[in-house]
Ligand binder design. Structure first.
Ligand code: SF4
Length: 362
């Protein structure tokens, strides 16, 4: 090679070296970025795992101390519809929507609740026998007893839409049927709004009580004590109907449902004082089946699920909804339920609720 050729080759070699160095630097910088992001992910993963571990250990520890943080949904009231054929003036679950979940979604939610510890489900409304003429309700009752094997399945109804055919198909899967009855005087029922047109509310009650006997379902009565019935003596009629439980509630005001601007009812004129409620209880003190529930006991001691399967928190005197258990799971939603587990136990929320355990004469 001549001197000129040697110089040319050396220059080319230097250029090649420069490019190689550039490529190498580029690779190194990309590699370090990849490593940085990887290590960040690993740290996050380790952090989340240890956080989860400590939360689980904390819950375990709290449970051991009897200080459970997440309430267990032992007994749940699922108001799957708000629609009703009655117009009770104090109703605190009014027809603000006509929505009802598709049955498969409802079953999915009920299965989630069972996995979280549910033992008792109560179907309520609105009037639960209205939707699909009671078929929707019947299928859920059967699902809860047969598939989920729940110890207790119950319904609260006004009794006006129940047919004997329903008992023939679904009676065996139902533990308790509670019928709402506030008065044994038809005129008082009319004043309250507890009837549809000219149909007799009381006739329905006696009919349903007979079917309960025939199809082996425990019969219960729920009464709301208010201005119009507070002076009544119901002892004879209650004895005659012989319910396993007679729940006696003090009329309750819930903002947005039966009081306030956007409410569909004005229940103020139905409200009675604590003393009036106590006088009613005293008059009926010899009724063994009577289970009293004052406003204080009632407000936070129920786990209420609305038509979207959202827990309703009544602690603020309103019904503030959580997110749906179908979207965030039971444990996340129940934290926003306002549920007072201690009050639930105190008000006797846990009782013999499976008909298999009741010593009933059918
Ligand atoms: S029967 Fe029940 S759901 Fe229907 S209007 Fe009366 S209180 Fe409300």
């Amino acid at each position: 090679w001549t001197g000129l050729e040697v110089k040319k080759q050396t220059n080319m070699f230097a250029i090649d070296l420069f490019f190689m160095k550039m490529v190498l630097q580029l690779c190194m910088s990309n590699l370090s970025k990849v490593f940085a992001s990887l290590s960040e992910k690993v740290w996050i993963w380790i952090g989340v795992r240890s956080l989860r571990g400590s939360t689980a250990r904390k819950t375990e520890r709290d449970s051991c101390k009897g200080n459970i943080q997440t309430p267990i949904p032992t007994s749940v009231n699922y108001h799957f519809t708000r629609v009703c054929n009655y117009k009770c003036g104090f109703c605190f679950h009014t027809a603000k929507t006509s929505f009802v979940l598709p049955i498969e979604e409802a079953k999915k939610g009920l299965r989630l609740l069972k996995q979280s510890g549910m033992e008792k489900i109560n179907f309520s409304g609105g009037e639960p026998f209205l939707h699909e003429r009671g078929e929707f309700l019947g299928q859920l009752v059967q699902f809860c007893k047969q598939d989920l094997q729940l110890p207790s399945v119950s319904i609260v109804s006004n009794g006006s839409m129940i047919r004997e055919k329903w008992f023939q198909r679904y009676g065996e899967y139902l533990d308790i049927l509670a019928i709402s009855c506030d008065s044994f005087n038809e005129e008082t029922n009319s004043l309250i709004g507890r009837r549809q047109g000219k149909k007799s509310h009381l006739e329905n009650i006696y009919k349903v009580q007979n079917w309960c006997k025939e199809y082996k379902v425990a019969f219960k009565i729920n009464s709301v004590i208010n201005t119009f019935n507070v002076g009544e003596d119901m002892r004879d009629c209650i004895r005659e109907l012989n319910p396993v439980r007679w729940k006696v509630f003090q009329c309750l005001i819930i903002e947005g449902e039966n009081a306030g601007e956007n409410a569909l009812r004005e229940a103020e004129k139905f409200v009675i004082s604590d003393q009036q409620f106590q006088d009613f209880l005293d008059r009926h003190s010899d009724m063994e089946c009577l289970v009293p529930e004052s406003n204080q006991k009632m407000r936070d001691s129920y786990l209420i699920l609305d038509e979207y399967m959202r827990f309703l928190d009544c602690t603020g005197g309103r019904k503030d909804p959580s997110k749906s258990i179908l979207d965030v799971g039971v444990e996340n939603a129940i934290m926003f339920s306002g549920f007072d587990e201690k009050m639930f136990i105190k008000r006797g929320g846990k009782y013999t609720w499976s008909k298999a355990d009741m010593k009933l004469e059918w």
